[in-house]
Write a protein that binds this ligand. Structure first.
Ligand SMILES: [Ca+2]
Ligand SMILES: [Ca+2]
Ligand SMILES: [Ca+2]
Ligand SMILES: [Ca+2]
Length: 450
């Protein structure tokens, strides 16, 4: 199926794990599986053996991508160099797949990225914007850690030149005259002209929709296209052709605001948020998030394999919601009725009613054709087990947790796109709360990243 190849690979690191058939690893199975949905496969942590545990990271986004076209996926890990705790400062890294289960670490500067484009990097997304067959890189910098920039790099690895900055000559840098708090990006050919376009969100501020002009340059068209939302705590964008007209529509996740835009033949976008969300997402009486959507991360996939893309909404301290496409321009909502239980009722020590989906990714982890869900949970002050929701034939989900949960915090920020030219992008954070024991509690709604 569409997701199985790339996203399965992406998920290896999301769970910091590698899948082995049971027969091949009898000595460690079944005592050591981190996640298991069936008797035939499990995901186990192999990050150390793979050589990925070599650098100190205050990690943000991650992406699996075959940088050099050798057929083996490499890894990019974004890092904030101005994390809350200076001890955690680090640099964004690439890990080059050695085709033997191991990766060679290279700093982003080693790969040609200018250090000035690595300030507070929260995510990197790869896409072949110039249609020359190799994945290029867009960095969204800022997030919650400070104002920064967006940067576009052309892949010239085959020429031995690494990544070469295209930020200025492409026009992507047009919005960099004022630093901003960029969060996430997602690529799709929204006007179906054969060239991948990209949307970039800010934590605070407007959204940028860059139209690919097909000559190496982009034009920022969000206002002209009608994508006018001003985010107060914006999160990742995802493309989803919910009405199956061939034009990818746009969902913008956010804590205090979110928006769903219908793409009108690539010419303009109409805000249909009230149609898609005729009533508020489920809230919790007495809990402090009274009216806002509180969507921290969103992912698109066809969860019930009926040919219509669906939308999973991971939320902060609120019940996750799965929107199943009804084929009539709308969605039906599912939560615990489909086994998507994110309640923390049995863990009052967390102080939260529901697990935080600080990030998520989706893919067919267990080769049954139905996409599963991985949640990066906890928060910067609270370690918590990552969660897998095993998709049971598109009818229900079963919850799984890592076996040894209290070691670290995983945040996964993910998006993928429908265009065949782009593969998948996963954004993974892993933080060690032991290194930051004194940081005050973070409530995203009170963080002022400006
Ligand atoms: Ca390229
Ligand atoms: Ca296009
Ligand atoms: Ca559409
Ligand atoms: Ca579906």
């Amino acid at each position: 199926m569409q997701l199985s190849g790339r996203l399965s690979v992406a998920l290896l690191l999301v769970a910091a794990a590698v899948a082995f058939p049971q027969a091949g690893r009898p000595e460690r199975f079944p005592t050591f599986p981190e996640f298991k949905c069936n008797s035939g496969m499990a995901y186990c942590n192999r990050a150390i053996e793979a050589g990925i545990h070599t650098e100190k990271l205050y990690g943000r986004g991650a992406a699996f991508v075959d940088l050099d076209g050798d057929g083996w996926d490499d890894l990019f890990l974004a890092n904030t160099d101005d994390g809350w705790d200076p001890k955690n400062r680090g640099v964004s890294m690439f890990y080059i797949n050695q085709r033997n289960g191991k990766f060679t670490p290279k700093t982003a500067m080693d790969m040609g990225i200018d250090s000035r484009d690595l300030v507070a990097t929260w995510s990197g997304s790869f896409a072949d914007y110039d249609n020359d067959g190799d994945p290029d890189l867009l960095l969204a910098n800022g997030g919650y850690t400070g104002k920064s920039n967006v940067a576009l790099y052309e892949n010239r690895i085959k020429d031995g030149a690494g990544f070469v900055s295209a930020t200025t000559r492409s026009g992507i840098g047009a919005l960099n005259s004022l630093p901003s708090t960029w969060w996430g990006s997602s690529w799709a050919d929204y006007d179906r002209d054969g060239w991948l376009d990209v949307v970039v969100t800010r934590t605070v501020g407007t959204v940028a929709v860059f139209h690919n002009n097909g000559n190496g340059t982009f034009t920022q068209l969000s206002s002209l296209l009608g994508v006018n939302i001003v985010m107060r705590d914006g999160k990742n964008p995802v493309w989803i052709d919910y009405n199956m007209d061939g034009y990818p529509d746009l969902y913008l996740a956010g804590m205090r605001d979110h928006a769903f835009y219908r793409n009108v033949e690539g010419k303009r976008f109409v805000n249909v948020t009230d149609e898609i969300f005729p009533t508020p997402l489920p809230l919790l009486e007495g809990w402090r998030f009274a009216i806002e959507p509180i969507v921290f991360a969103a992912m698109v996939s066809d969860f019930n394999q009926d040919g219509l893309d669906d939308l999973y909404l991971g939320r902060w301290s609120l019940q996750a919601v799965l929107l199943i496409n009804n084929g009539k321009g709308g969605f039906t909502r599912h939560t615990t009725d489909w086994g998507l239980i994110t309640s923390l009722e049995d863990r009052p020590e967390t102080g939260a009613p529901f697990e935080n989906a600080m990030g998520l990714t989706v893919g067919d982890l267990f080769d049954d054709g139905f996409p599963d869900v991985v949640l990066g949970t906890g928060n910067p002050q609270r370690a918590a087990p990552d969660i897998v929701f095993c998709n049971k034939r598109g009818e229900t989900f079963e919850r799984r947790e890592r076996g040894a949960p209290r070691e670290d915090v995983g945040h996964v920020h993910v998006d993928r796109l429908e265009s065949g030219a782009i593969k998948s992008r996963a954004h993974l954070d892993r933080q060690n709360p032991k290194a930051t024991p004194t940081r005050p509690p973070l409530d995203p709604l009170t963080v002022d990243p400006t």
